[in-house]
Structures are given as C-alpha cells and as structure tokens.
Ligand binder design. Sequence first.
Ligand code: HEM
Length: 127
Amino acid sequence: ENNATPYEFIGEEKLSMLVDAFYHRVGQHPDLAPIFPSDLTETARKQKQFLTQYLGGPALYTQEHGHPMLRARHLPFEITPTRARAWLSCMDEAMNEIELVGEIREFLYSRLVLTARHMVNTEELTK
Ligand code: HEM
C-alpha cells in the first residue's frame, strides 16, 4: 500500500513504545520532571492518542478530550526554550532506543521541532 498514513507506517505498537521510552526520560530529566505529574501513566495515554491523530491515524485524542488546542493546554506550564530543547532531546533519545530510523523518523522529528517551538510561552527563567 503506497498511500499508508505515517501512523500506519510506524504502527500502533512502535508508537506506543516510543511514547513509553519518551516519558521514561521526561520523568528523569531535571528540566522537565518538575512540571510533570510524578505518575506519567495518564500523560502517556493521552500522548499516544494525540500522536495517533497527529500522524494521520484515528482521531482518538479528539474523541475523548475535544479539540487538542495544544498551546492553550500548555499555558499553565512555564515552557521555556530550554524546556523545549529538553523535550526534543528526550524524544530524540527515545527514537534511538526504539530504533525508529529513516525518513519516517526525520518526518516525525521535524514536525515535533515545530510543534515544540510553538509551545514556548515563557522567556528563559533566570536561575
Ligand atoms: C501535556 C509539557 C511539548 C503534547 C503536557 C503537560 C506538560 C507538558 C507539563 C501536562 C502533563 C499532564 O498533566 O499530564 C511540555 C513541554 C513541552 C511540550 C515542556 C516542550 C516544548 C509538547 C509537544 C506535543 C505535546 C511538542 C505534541 C507533539 C502534549 C499532549 C498533552 C501534553 C497531547 C496532554 C494534554 C491533555 O492534558 O490532554 N505537556 N509539552 N507537548 N503535551 Fe506537552
């Protein structure tokens, strides 16, 4: 099938592994852990739903939670450029761990770079 969606190309199982590997890192990252809940089960469940539809699969996130409005949903959290970089580095490492390679990886990662930048809502915090 040459018109598979990116979601079909990656597959549900690999997407699920990616999200689990990602939040495992988020939970240990000094710049990210403080703004996330200590139990990331529900966060990971929502992210699997979101990325499924982001990649052209069924609209699982919208069916349960309504329009994503991602930037608005992130406004309660101080998302600095440093945190956006940290988020992307956790994703890059998670992609390495599950061995997501090739054009599909470049495609997904480059879209996430743009989405992550769009989430930035706070100047760098001075420490
Ligand atoms: C939720 C941080 C980027 C998708 C969250 C939450 C935090 C957060 C703290 C709340 C977790 C919870 O309460 O369970 C960040 C930071 C980012 C970032 C620091 C750095 C730029 C992104 C990107 C995406 C994304 C790029 C999409 C690809 C989501 C989704 C949720 C979420 C789908 C769940 C929203 C809901 O509660 O329904 N994020 N995020 N985030 N984030 Fe991000």
